[in-house]
Every structure is written in C-alpha cells, then in structure tokens.
Design a protein around this ligand. Structure first.
Ligand code: NAP
Length: 334
C-alpha cells in the first residue's frame, strides 16, 4: 500500500497537538483523539489515502488505532490492510502504538463466527493477529453483549487471551449497564481487570451519560467514544443534500440515506451556526464537546480523507464551552 518510505515526524510528541489521558485508573494513556478503521480502510477504499491518514495520525501523536475483525469491505480487509502498513511503516514503532481489535458481531458463516462464545473469541483473535501480522494486540474487546452465552464464558475467554499474551488489556463494547457491572466483577475475579468501555457518544446520542458513565467512573474504567460525528451527520457533510462520495451514498456505508432526515439536518444546521460563531467547523465543535465529560478518555474518529482528519485534530484548539453554549447544545440535541 505504501509508496515512499516513511519517516515519522520527530516532533510527534512535542508539539502537544494531541494530548493524552489516563484510561480510568490504569497506567495506560490514550490520545484524546484515536483513529478508527471501520470505514475507509477496506479493499474498496483508496489505499493511498488510507496510508496517508495512518501516517498523518501517527505524525500528530495519535498512537491509538481501533479495529475489529469485521471492519472494512469485505470483512477482515481493514485488519489486513493495516497489517501491511504495520510492516511497511510502523514496524519499528510497535511499542509506541496501541492497537485494538474486537470480536462479537457476525464474521464468518456457521455457529462459531458470531456472538460471545469462547470458541468464537479465541478463533477470532488468532485470525486478527494473522491478518495484522502482529504478535499481540494492545486491547481486545468483546464487541457486544451476547445474551445467548454466559458472561462467565465470554469473560473467561477474554481473560485467557490476556494470559496467553495475545492481548495486553481487555475492553467491552455496547454492554448494557447490568451486564457491564457483572463483566467488570468477573474480569477482576479472573485477575485481568477491564481497561475500558467503548460506546457511542456524541451531541445527539447521550443516554450513556446517566448509565454507563457513573458506573465506569466508580469502577475506575476508561471510556472511549465511537461515532463522535454520528457517522458524519455532525459535520457540514449533509447540510446541502447527500454528496455522492459520502458514507450515506456508498453501498458499503453503514449510514443509511433514511437516517438523513429533515429533522436531523435542521439540528445539524443549528449546531453548524453555533460552531461558526465559535470559529470552528461543526465536526470540530462536535469533537471538542465529546471531550468535555470527565469520564471520557478518548474519542475514535473516522475519516475518509487526510483533510477531514487534519480538520478534526484542529478541534483541540478550542475545547472550552460557555454555560450558555452547553445549554444551547442540549436544547438543540433534545
Ligand atoms: N464498538 C462499536 O460497535 C463501534 C461502532 C461504530 C464505530 N466504532 C469505532 O469508532 C470509529 C469511528 O466511527 P465512525 O466512523 O462512525 O465515526 P465518525 O467520526 O462519527 O464518522 C466518520 C465519518 O464522518 C465524516 N467526517 C469525518 N471527519 C469529518 C470532517 N472533518 N468534516 C466532514 N465530515 C467528516 C466522514 O464521512 P464520509 O465518509 O462521508 O466522508 C467519516 O467517514 C470506527 O472506525 C470504529 O473504530 C465502534
């Protein structure tokens, strides 16, 4: 995938472009902005832009890349393509990177390629390591709660993956509050505490503030938010219709055209006007807002171009909000 040999920016930790926060009570720090490879890094995407974004991210202190077994079109291709860049560009910097992957959603046919069984999780981490050409990942997640598998089995598999050295830390994603509580207990009993919770968090999706946030703060876990831009809705992308190359227009995009409703665009337009007054783009304001809550360790952005990623990093230049602005955002988001 790479063309020119890569030499990272020597100032990547000195410029302070992307600060770090401790992940809950652990000793691990994450950049406040992480890069997600769900879209834009698969076989259907532009490989040169993908490499440019990965390099740019690392050059600006983004040390965390978030993947899953089923990321990319086709499934697995984001991990495979990332593995190529690991080899070509980042091999010498493995110890400077936090690489996460997950299993939990449908990945391969038959009864062992979906859910939370020990069989699936252990087979999947082995596949992910092969695709990414890694000896270990830093964080391995259960991608979703599986009501058909005892939590003891799922958590036991995650703990064994850590004990086998295939992952350094464990995360859980999208678990309901009561199952989160029990998962935390089980992982602690197993001697492999849960590092962090990954959940959707943005101006339009705030339920988690009253359920998961108090729990993880009490238990000392970190939180990493996904889809901080609501897949692009919280940007100027859809203010004038649905652009041809946007996620909502692409057949392999997970954002459906039907989600771009007049009501949602009205909210985005109001937020866009607010962002302009603050001297930010809407995407920048949406990201700065996510970082306000003390429970939040990091937000995982997606980007389809280097320009978007660069725009997103600029959000860190204005992270203060007045009480009036926060009230206005709450009113708009409803
Ligand atoms: N745990 C889970 O279940 C779960 C679920 C979803 C996501 N995630 C993780 O979270 C990551 C981020 O999710 P996401 O991709 O939905 O995040 P997002 O940041 O909400 O949306 C990314 C999309 O927003 C648009 N965008 C980004 N920056 C922009 C800018 N500056 N200006 C205008 N538009 C901009 C782009 O859309 P276009 O492509 O249209 O340009 C981009 O593809 C994923 O890659 C994955 O790692 C985890």
């Amino acid at each position: 995938m790479s063309e020119q040999p890569y030499t990272p920016n020597k100032q990547r930790y000195n410029g302070g472009a992307v600060p770090y926060r401790y992940c809950g009570c652990s000793g691990l720090q994450l950049p406040v902005i992480s890069l997600g490879l769900w879209h834009n890094f698969g076989d259907v995407d532009d490989p040169r832009e993908a490499v440019r974004m990965l390099r740019f991210a690392f050059d600006h202190g983004i040390t965390h890349f978030d993947l899953a077994n089923n990321y990319g079109t086709p499934f697995g291709s984001a991990e495979r393509n990332f593995g190529k860049v690991m080899q070509s560009d980042f091999a010498a910097y493995r110890d400077e990177l936090i690489i996460s992957t997950k299993a939990g959603h449908a990945m391969w046919d038959g009864p062992y390629g979906d859910g939370g069984s020990r069989k699936y999780l252990i087979a999947s981490i082995n596949q992910s390591l092969k695709r990414m050409q890694l000896d270990y990942v830093d964080i391995f997640y259960s991608h979703r709660y599986d009501p058909n598998t005892p939590l003891e089995e799922t958590m036991g598999a995650l703990s064994d993956i850590v004990k086998q050295g295939k992952a350094l830390y464990i995360g859980i994603s999208k678990y309901p509050e009561d199952k989160t509580k029990r998962a935390i207990e089980l992982l602690r009993e197993n001697g492999t505490p849960c590092l962090l919770y990954q959940g959707k968090y943005n101006i339009l999706t705030r339920k988690i503030e009253d359920s998961i946030f108090p729990l993880i703060q009490k238990e000392g876990l970190g939180f990493i938010g996904y889809s901080p831009l609501e897949q692009g809705i919280l940007s100027d992308r859809y203010l004038q219709g649905i652009p041809q190359n946007s996620r909502a227009a692409l057949s392999h995009g997970f954002l459906r055209r039907s989600q771009i409703t007049p009501e949602i665009i009205e909210k985005a337009a109001l937020l866009n006007a607010m962002a302009k007054k603050r001297g930010q783009t809407l995407a920048q304001m949406a990201l700065s807002w996510c970082l306000l809550h003390p429970a939040v360790t990091s937000v995982i952005v997606g980007a389809s171009s280097l320009k978007q990623l660069a725009d997103n990093i600029q959000s860190l230049k204005n992270v203060d909000f007045s009480t009036e602005e926060l009230q206005q955002i709450s009113t708009i988001s409803g």
